[in-house]
Design a protein around this ligand. Sequence first.
Ligand SMILES: Nc1nc2c(ncn2[C@@H]2O[C@H](COP(=O)(O)OP(=O)(O)OP(=O)(O)O)[C@@H](O)[C@H]2O)c(=O)[nH]1
Ligand SMILES: [Mg+2]
Length: 223
Amino acid sequence: MPGTDPMSAYPQLKFLTSANDLRQLPPDVGAEVAVAGRSNAGKSSAINAMTQRKGLARTSKTPGATRLINFFEIEPGRRLVDLPGYGFAAVSGSMREHWGTLIEGYFRRRRALCGVIVVMDVRHPLKDHDVDMLRLAQSQDVPVHVLLTKADKLSRSAGASACAAVRRATGEGVTVQLFSAHAGTGVVEARSALERLLAGATEKETPAGPADPAGEGKPGVGG
Ligand SMILES: Nc1nc2c(ncn2[C@@H]2O[C@H](COP(=O)(O)OP(=O)(O)OP(=O)(O)O)[C@@H](O)[C@H]2O)c(=O)[nH]1
Ligand SMILES: [Mg+2]
């Protein structure tokens, strides 16, 4: 069965394209949910767990494995986007700057972007860059779902109190859950959050369909 996997949550799922530059993004139509987080937080592992595809997004013990924006097509018109991790100290300053500009530009102008899943290690949540990411999403009216991952590394009660603390800090409008790609914790919940975010897009979309081929920013977003 080349190309499709009947055991996957999304049998039509496939890698679409990579972008290192805002000009390389695939057409800005349909709906997409981006997965963001610090380097090594577990973004690629979370994507693989949510989609039940082990080798889809490349995972690594070495921080900075994902250096490009990787687009996966769940099915035509619905995409999952693996963003490069932020805050990876070992890369040069200019490289870090490039990532920041890339991610910020993507958030500002991407109309198809209808949600972001922010992945944080449950043991080290809400670092500066995470807070920046939450603010960026908020400033662009992009709904956020937080995965507190590597929950297998904490006891059940420590995980629960970390989750409660993050909920308190992020406040209303942000949903937060415990997750473990390794133990399978919270995978079903994460997938329904993904579905919810993708479904939210239909309300925002104009009936006329794709517009703004030049990608010159979202309507109604500014100042
Ligand atoms: N214990 C545990 N380890 C995990 C979990 N998820 C990911 N990891 C490990 O964390 C490391 C990083 O995982 P990735 O999924 O590659 O992280 P990433 O956020 O995509 O990293 P970059 O692409 O470098 O930004 C790997 O060694 C994974 O095996 C989890 O739920 N539990
Ligand atoms: Mg990755």
